[in-house]
Design a protein. Sequence first.
Length: 127
Amino acid sequence: MKKVLVVEDNKDNLRLISYALERHGYQVVSAETGVRGVELAISEHPLFIVMDINLPDIDGYEATRRIRASEVNGKIPIIAITSYAMAGDMDRILASGCTGYFEKPIDPLTIIDKIHALLEGKVPLLP
């Protein structure tokens, strides 16, 4: 089974994205903090990571930078799913090392197709 890491501190959002991923055949490993997300990214070798930006301890920017700096997972796709939608947020998210991002709230019926399209290069990095 294809393993995916979801780093999300909001239980409702975690449940929603996990449900969507599991419906598409993914095994979901989850973390509720940025530090734990980095640990799991290194130890679990997921196919890709779904990363919230506003996290307790270290934020998603720093978690992404740490994953990128690791020897094991420096190239793994990291997709931010965040409520940050102000001018400059997209640039900051991509500059931290994310592959792309989507704004919350997500639609659980379409988000996986959007993630697949992003990973396959069929859509630009914009949401």
